[in-house]
Design a protein around this ligand. Sequence first.
Ligand SMILES: Nc1nc2c(c(=O)[nH]1)N[C@H]1C(S)=C(S)[C@@H](COP(=O)(O)OP(=O)(O)OC[C@H]3O[C@@H](n4cnc5c(=O)[nH]c(N)nc54)[C@H](O)[C@@H]3O)O[C@H]1N2
Ligand SMILES: Nc1nc2c(c(=O)[nH]1)N[C@H]1C(S)=C(S)[C@@H](COP(=O)(O)OP(=O)(O)OC[C@H]3O[C@@H](n4cnc5c(=O)[nH]c(N)nc54)[C@H](O)[C@@H]3O)O[C@H]1N2
Ligand code: SF4
Ligand SMILES: [Mo]
Length: 696
Amino acid sequence: MTEHLTTCTLCEAMCGLVVRLDGERVTRIEGDPDDHHSRGHICPKATALADLQHDPHWLQQPMRRDGDTWTAIGWDAAFELAGRRLGGLQRRHGRDAVGLYFGNPTGHDHRAVIGLGLLQTLLGSRHLYSAASVDQLPRTVTAYLLYGNQARLPSPDVDRTDLFLIFGANPVVSQGSVMTAPGMKRRLKALRARGGRLVVVDPRRTETAALADTHLFIRPGTDGLLVAALLHVVLASDCPADLEPLRARLTRFTPEAVAPATGIDPAAIRRLADDFAAAERAVAYGRMGISVNAFGTTITWLIDALNYATGNLDAVGGAMFGRPAVDLPTFARLVGQAGGFDAPTGDGLPVFNHERPVAGLAPALESGELRGLITHAGNPALSLPGARRLDRALAGLDFFVAIDPRINETTRHAHLILPPPRPLERDWYGLVFNALALREVARYNRPVLPAPHKPDSFAILTRLARGIVRRRGVAGALAGPAVGLLTRAVTPNRIIDVMLRTGPHRLSLAKLAEHPRGLDLGERQPGVLKTPPAMTHPLLLADLDRLADTLDVAPPPLVLIGRRTLRSMNSWLHDSPRMVKGRPRCTAQLHPDDAAAHGLESGDAAIIRGDGGEIELPVEVTDDLMPGVVSVPHGWGHGRPGTRQPVASAQPGVSYNDVLDGTVWDPISGVSALNGLPISLAPGGRRPSPAEPPRR
Ligand SMILES: Nc1nc2c(c(=O)[nH]1)N[C@H]1C(S)=C(S)[C@@H](COP(=O)(O)OP(=O)(O)OC[C@H]3O[C@@H](n4cnc5c(=O)[nH]c(N)nc54)[C@H](O)[C@@H]3O)O[C@H]1N2
Ligand SMILES: Nc1nc2c(c(=O)[nH]1)N[C@H]1C(S)=C(S)[C@@H](COP(=O)(O)OP(=O)(O)OC[C@H]3O[C@@H](n4cnc5c(=O)[nH]c(N)nc54)[C@H](O)[C@@H]3O)O[C@H]1N2
Ligand code: SF4
Ligand SMILES: [Mo]
């Protein structure tokens, strides 16, 4: 029996774990009470790491598909095949004929982050996509516009604030996002115990809202109006000179004017604005509920502006910036990822940081512009809006390589799957999430169960890149060996080591390896911004006209919003028995008035129809939802044929993203709108029709 300290890599919180092994068998996973960062906290997902370690369906070798038949092949043969087919496509049809999509788990694997940068450069294709454009893209675009670097991300100083104002986030369940702070429930209780206040704005009375002093129900998609009204009140009494252009543009957004659209009483808006301005330390924060929205960037900016206007940006107890051991903004600048807009796509979608929004992916596949695809740690067939259309389009690819452990809804369309090592088989540096920790930390762990016979993510990505380059033509064939030398000399850990040594805390990887609990580098400090933020960026100011146009629009009678549950991780933990036990969680929650109006009761089946198609699922009637709003979790829909996830397929649920058509987006960032889109509701009970989305 041995005991190993490590870090959970499943979400942003980075909880410290004690993993017990009997030989190579994981017998127990617990929170580490002596971990200075997480202090013993874990969530139910941590134990899934044991299931993943012993899951017979986590592929151990590359798999090649011929029709419906999968065959295991060797790594050399796999890279040879991928290079020949994808390199051939680029040789014949140009670099842009092969695209790349990477998904959420990428950010939890430093070797993959660095390997992808290289693959992206060598691939040289404009068809680069990621889950950012269904997630935090408005946050990074706003950081670029205001602070000059997309990696300069503010997080709420939860532990030192007096008033925490949350828009559209549920950190008690999600464990926090763009704020790495395990044990949010404890932190929120501590905030209230020290006399502070928690205010949550959400169309659902969430697990986080249940802990709040004040919960305001808001009509989905209207937070821009609410924050504009809060700023209207705040700036009317005290306006910093550089916010004058903003104040002048906010005259239309009075609390009274936004009340009908938001559904929030004007007196409550004025009270909240006054409280926020009066608090010694206050911080406003928003996540998915305000991000994946047609106004995602403008709302994110207004939230930052509210913090700034009240002296709470880059200040203790407000929205603070980190000084991480590997300085992420510097790293981003060095690798050409500090942000910036390229010319928009033919569809008018913005292209930020060389990346196209996923709203353009289905059209690019359908038009034949994209003939080859590489996915890394992504499940677009469930996770992206317009999922049915994407699912069909993926089936038409000439050659598709998925770097993924499983045969799932997306990778069943691949011609070749290259599996990464399992989480406990890798070393890990928290490149992204160390930088977002509310207290400065640096964590590095060696593998709990080394797997020297398996290529790591960096090796997979760079060998794939090399194979493609070599097969692309004469120049590529000549460059191939040089790329090989480069990737052997410049390894991810060497890069991180140099960044650590030259970073603000002068550390090294060897030093961190001696401290499996990581190092506590102290509290975040104010005054990180060296130049004043561009708080009244013209692109953002101009968007207030579009926002004002929504003041008098009648809201749709019924809209759909998303929900996260404790034992899910987007679409990919449902094959772990521990994660799916208990009653089904893929349900439609709705208000009693809406249930009655549609003749529905708890337990009935309902059909939800939107522009992308329809789904049928059980109803839960609850007054946790505001009237006119239906809440459904995403990441389900495991009933598609041809996958190898027996546990998930036994309790498949249905896919939220089958309801959406993926054609509504924020014009500034290109992020897709996922919440607040109109739906209709009907009693189910019959077999749902195939409900093919309209062809465009
Ligand atoms: N309607 C709706 N849609 C949403 C959201 C929502 O709130 N509502 N949320 C969005 C958000 S925030 C996100 S981040 C996206 C996520 O969307 P994606 O990132 O596209 O998909 P995931 O569901 O996270 O699936 C992860 C995939 O990575 C594989 N995988 C797991 N671990 C590893 C690994 O270590 N290496 C590799 N190579 N592969 C691995 C899994 O098998 C799976 O195929 O979904 C988005 N979609
Ligand atoms: N257990 C679990 N944890 C996770 C994940 C998971 O799938 N499961 N996913 C991880 C990922 S990839 C991410 S990005 C984070 C996301 O982290 P969070 O953003 O904290 O999580 P969500 O549950 O998506 O919270 C969004 C909230 O917005 C509300 N909402 C919807 N529309 C609106 C609106 O228009 N206005 C307002 N004000 N609120 C609205 C929803 O009711 C919901 O409560 O969670 C991460 N953690
Ligand atoms: S909150 Fe849960 S999933 Fe996230 S790091 Fe901690 S144990 Fe892992
Ligand atoms: Mo996400």
